[in-house]
Design a protein around this ligand. Structure first.
Ligand SMILES: NC(=O)c1ccc[n+]([C@@H]2O[C@H](COP(=O)([O-])OP(=O)(O)OC[C@H]3O[C@@H](n4cnc5c(N)ncnc54)[C@H](O)[C@@H]3O)[C@@H](O)[C@H]2O)c1
Ligand SMILES: O=c1ccn([C@@H]2O[C@H](COP(=O)(O)OP(=O)(O)O[C@H]3O[C@H](CO)[C@@H](O)[C@H](O)[C@H]3O)[C@@H](O)[C@H]2O)c(=O)[nH]1
Length: 433
């Protein structure tokens, strides 16, 4: 099949590459000419484990091409995926200007039947708006489908190639058949394509992300209780996670959820609810808890130093919002850095992939180290903000010799509490005694 993906960010690039890998011819369109030039020349623009190999293979075989020209990009395609940004507007609602702007343009270019697919995360009613934007300029037959994406950064290729489920919102039989053919190679027994109406598909995406964010905020509150009551959140997590009704995943407390999706999608669902006169009380609390949790580690640090961080120097391991990505959008580490700098401290950071992005953002406000150990020189303490696997088993002798004092504030519960304390470290983590 010939298809077009408009937008070559995380979702667009993974979608385009994975559909090319299953034998389709994919043209990716982006307004960012530099990005298109890089991608056309074989340079991948995101760090995503496993993607580069597939990308290179399909680019070489001519199944994956890139252009800035929307007209040329969609000319031969049967389906057009919209993988465009939907950032939060000032009031928290999803900004649909990218989606509707491109839809309007597509309406002016259409000549024959095509299926236009919303892959972006969009509020309920967007498929109707996309339909109207296209219909303004095109009176022929076309369908608009909602097909939300559930991939996680860092494991995006696996999530796309072996999805738990594919959600497709359409009431058109013609579009349903096309979508079924397109996704057939990805769905395995027991991992179904779930067809539904467009609005339900749109809400499914927000419900999924908001539910997962709720699980995290809930566990962060349990962690707060553990700290106050002397219980161990690791034990409580294991104790409840073994109940299949609760499940083991997404129960890890830490320094709050970040990334390009949870914060914006929780906000957008709160806003959409308000628009239909419904106050989504649980989600308001989920957000409040997350705001507090992002600075919980800083409160511990301030308490340890009796509220005065002036002149203190910290080594910070981890900048990305989670491991295996270079993405720093809404990364809790950035909030921690801001708070430390505001309190008069200095920071040297190390992250295996995300340093160049933070450097662009913060310039010389903090220092960067070439590896995790050189970040420790002259530091009063080590702070851990991302659970990269290389941080899990450090050489503690090096920490002892390089840090000014043996002090660790761990926002990701990486180490065994007893072991680290036996080695003589002052060690604080989240929700553990
Ligand atoms: N990042 C994720 O893990 C993820 C997962 C699932 C769903 N989503 C959703 O998918 C959507 C896209 O997210 P993303 O992270 O890929 O975004 P992104 O910001 O990484 O990429 C968006 C791309 O669209 C391009 N673009 C902007 N305007 C354009 C235009 N008029 N024409 C062509 N290209 C244009 C940008 O240049 C950019 O390359 C969002 O709605 C997001 O919520 C993201
Ligand atoms: O037990 C947990 C699990 C996650 N997190 C944090 O939650 C955030 C989000 O993590 P994750 O969901 O793994 O990353 P994303 O790549 O943002 O993926 C989410 O957002 C995507 C965009 O909508 C969806 O497609 C995915 O299904 C959804 O998991 C990160 O800051 C994590 O550190 C925790 O604090 N505790």
């Amino acid at each position: 099949m010939k298809l077009t993906v408009v937008g070559t960010g995380y979702v667009g690039l993974v979608t385009g590459t994975c559909f090319a890998e299953t034998g389709n011819y994919v043209t990716c369109v982006d307004i960012d000419a530099k990005k298109v030039e890089k991608l056309s020349g074989g340079e991948i623009t995101i760090f995503e484990p496993g993607l580069e190999k597939l990308f290179a293979r399909n680019l070489k075989d001519g199944r994956l091409t890139f252009t800035t020209d929307l007209a040329a990009g969609i000319a031969d395609a049967e389906v057009i995926f919209l993988a465009l940004p939907t950032p939060p507007g000032e009031d928290g609602s999803a900004d649909l200007s990218y989606i509707l702007g491109v839809s309007d343009h597509i309406g002016k270019l259409l000549k024959d039947y095509k299926v236009i697919i919303d892959k972006s995360t969009v509020p309920v009613g967007t498929a109707e708006k996309v339909h109207a934007a296209i219909a303004k300029n095109f009176s022929g037959e076309f369908d608009v489908v909602s097909n939300p994406e559930f991939l996680r950064e860092g494991v995006a290729v696996d999530d796309f190639m072996k999805p738990d489920r594919v959600v497709i919102g359409t009431t058109s039989e013609r579009a349903k058949k096309l979508m079924n053919d397109l996704y057939a190679p990805f769905v395995r027994q027991g991992n179904p394509i779930i067809f539904m109406d467009e609005k339900s598909a749109e809400l499914t995406k927000y419900a999924a992300n908001s539910f997962l964010a709720t699980k995290i905020s809930f566990m962060n509150e349990i962690a707060q209780l553990c700290e106050k009551m002397g219980a161990d959140v690791d034990m409580v997590r294991k104790g409840i996670g073994t109940d299949e009704r609760i499940g083991k995943r997404f129960l890890f407390p830490g320094i709050g959820y970040g990334g390009s999706c949870f914060p914006k999608d929780v906000k957008a669902l709160i806003k959409s609810s308000k628009e239909v006169n419904y106050e989504f009380k649980i989600l308001n609390a989920v957000e409040d808890v997350n705001e507090l949790q992002k600075l919980h580690l800083v409160s511990k640090i301030k308490a340890y130093y009796k509220e005065s961080l002036k002149g203190k120097h910290f080594a910070l391991w981890g900048l990305a919002f989670k491991p295996n990505t270079d993405d720093i959008r809404e990364a809790p580490a950035l909030y921690i850095i801001d708070a430390l700098l505001a309190a008069g401290a200095t920071v040297t950071a190390f992250d295996p992939e995300a340093m160049k992005n933070v450097q662009r953002l913060l310039d010389d406000k903090i220092a960067f180290a070439n590896d995790q150990y050189s970040a420790l020189h002259h530091a009063d303490a080590l702070i851990i903000a991302t659970e990269w696997s290389e941080f899990r088993t450090p050489v503690f002798e090096k920490l002892t010799s390089l840090l000014k004092s043996k002090v660790i504030f761990d926002g990701r519960n990486l180490f065994d509490v007893d072991h680290v304390r036996e080695l003589g470290f002052y060690y604080e983590s989240i929700g553990r005694p």
